[in-house]
Design a binder for this molecule. Structure first.
Ligand SMILES: Cc1cc2nc3c(=O)[nH]c(=O)nc-3n(C[C@H](O)[C@H](O)[C@H](O)COP(=O)(O)OP(=O)(O)OC[C@H]3O[C@@H](n4cnc5c(N)ncnc54)[C@H](O)[C@@H]3O)c2cc1C
Length: 433
């Protein structure tokens, strides 16, 4: 039986492995394996809500092991280290063997077709001090670490309230005026209000000093000016300072240092700028990669140097026929899934493959209590949506992802379960602060 390995169970990888499991795996036409360094899937666009306690990571996740059982694939809790293309094997570090304390924890897994879907991380562009002093919002562990930092800082502020002057504030600097930075900034005042409602009576939004820093001349530079102006206004309405044309050249324990101007003092720094694929992908196994470590692929989603290796999602550099690169979004990762599944099956039968064509449907930025967005309709016309309608689209995107992974009934059950738990348990998870 042919062996198909998918590395990375994120926005793209989990949808792909579910589809392949339900088709090839169920009919025993191929042995499907998912490899991920984590044991659960959390949809990445929700990370800022995990970080601010608007969502509960213990509930809003899918267990890979349980999901594998229902969808005819096997799950390996391991981290990809290298690829041996000559012998069609990958080298992984096996988390179960590490947990058992074994001496030899690296194992090899054989494949006939391999899919790399390991996503991306923020890019600090080598800025001195950023690694040491900033928190990145790249995965579930960093989102949980940020939530714990925020909770302990806010609760400490509440406890020391009597020793502080009215001018004392918690200073938070967020670098990156893209969707991640904007959504995170807008969630923070809401987090304070929720903590206040939980009995931390000295906390109020006036004790927050949030600065959003962007190097370009406006936030969301790739979107129409009308959208960035509207979102800047919404952020300012909730007390967020928006600093544009501000290039950060250094960070330390005091805060951020712009190329020009004064230090931006910060108790907490979050780096949400830039995107690059994980460093270990750089020239891995002699495959062609970009400066940002993305694997260069053909429109069939196969790597340029090896047809047995497919790449989807943020770690793929895919040039379209119009010369434009596909943007690294959950939307693009999702669209790649059906073409990748089709091409894997056809490549096993030596049949012609399909070309991937990205259909950019725009971006939705969801701000707490308000939302603005741009959606490109299938016909290519632009729809500018704002308020409740845009908020609804944002929620629907997550439900669509759940629908593809869990099916309609599974999605309804999952939604009901998370609603019930939300009613009886605080999403802030104060017991874990
Ligand atoms: C806060 C935030 C908000 C966002 N909002 C939006 C939005 O509104 N709309 C949108 O379209 N996009 C949004 N994005 C971007 C979107 O999340 C990504 O484009 C999308 O998740 C990429 O999917 P992926 O499958 O390529 O990778 P991911 O979803 O990142 O999954 C990668 C998987 O690979 C695993 N992995 C990584 N390295 C290894 C390894 N060495 N071995 C084994 N496993 C590994 C990880 O554990 C993870 O499960 C947002 C991102 C963030 C951080």
């Amino acid at each position: 039986m042919k062996k198909i390995i998918i590395v990375g169970g994120g926005a793209g990888g989990l949808e792909l492995v579910t589809r392949l499991g339900n088709t090839l795996g169920r009919k025993k036409r191929a042995q499907i394996t998912l490899v991920d360094q984590n044991t659960v899937h959390l949809w990445k666009p929700l990370l800022h809500e995990i970080a601010t306690g608007a969502l509960n990571d213990q509930v809003d996740h899918i267990s890979y092991q349980a999901h594998a059982l229902r969808h005819h694939f096997t799950f390996k809790h391991a981290t990809l280290l290298n690829i041996d293309r000559d012998n069609k094997r990958i080298l992984v570090s096996d988390a179960d063997l590490i947990a058992l304390g074994c001496e030899q924890t690296q194992v090899e897994l054989e494949y006939d077709a391999l899919v790399i879907a390991v996503g991306s991380t923020s890019n600090d562009f080598g800025t001195p001090g950023v690694k040491e002093h900033a928190i990145f919002l790249d995965d579930q562990n960093s989102a949980i670490a940020l939530r714990q930092t925020l909770l302990s800082t806010f609760i400490g502020f509440n406890a020391n309230y009597d020793c502080q002057s009215a001018a004392d504030k918690v200073k938070i600097a967020i670098v990156g005026g893209g969707a991640t930075g904007i959504e995170l900034a807008s969630e923070l005042p809401h987090m304070i209000k929720t903590l206040n409602a939980h009995g931390y009576a000295n906390l109020g939004t006036q004790m927050l000093d949030i600065t959003l820093v962007e190097a370009a001349d406006r936030i969301l530079p790739a979107l129409p000016e009308k959208v960035s102006a509207g979102i800047t206004q919404s952020l300012q309405n909730i007390g967020v300072k928006v600093l544009t044309k501000t290039m950060i050249v250094k960070a330390d324990e005091l805060g951020l240092y712009p190329k020009e101007g004064e230090v931006i003092n910060a108790d907490i720094i979050v780096w949400a700028a830039g995107v690059k694929a994980p460093d270990f992908l750089n020239n891995i196994a002699g495959l062609e990669t970009t400066r940002n470590n993305q694997l260069i692929i053909k429109t069939t989603l196969q790597t340029t140097r090896d047809d047995a290796i497919f790449v989807i999602g943020d770690c793929a550099s895919c040039k379209q026929e119009n010369g434009q690169l596909v943007t690294p979004t959950a939307q693009a990762a999702h669209q790649m899934v059906s073409v990748c599944a089709y091409n894997i099956e056809k490549s096993m039968q030596d049949l012609p493959l399909k070309k991937f064509k990205y259909n950019d449907k725009g971006i939705i930025i969801s701000l707490q209590d308000t939302a603005q967005g741009v959606v490109t309709m299938v016909a290519g016309k632009k729809l500018y949506a704002k308020g409740q309608f845009a908020m609804l689209i944002h929620r629907v995107l997550y439900r669509l992802h759940l629908g593809f992974v869990l099916g309609i009934i599974g999605c309804v059950r999952f939604t009901l379960a998370t609603r019930v738990v939300k009613r009886v348990k605080s999403t802030l998870q104060l017991d874990k602060k």
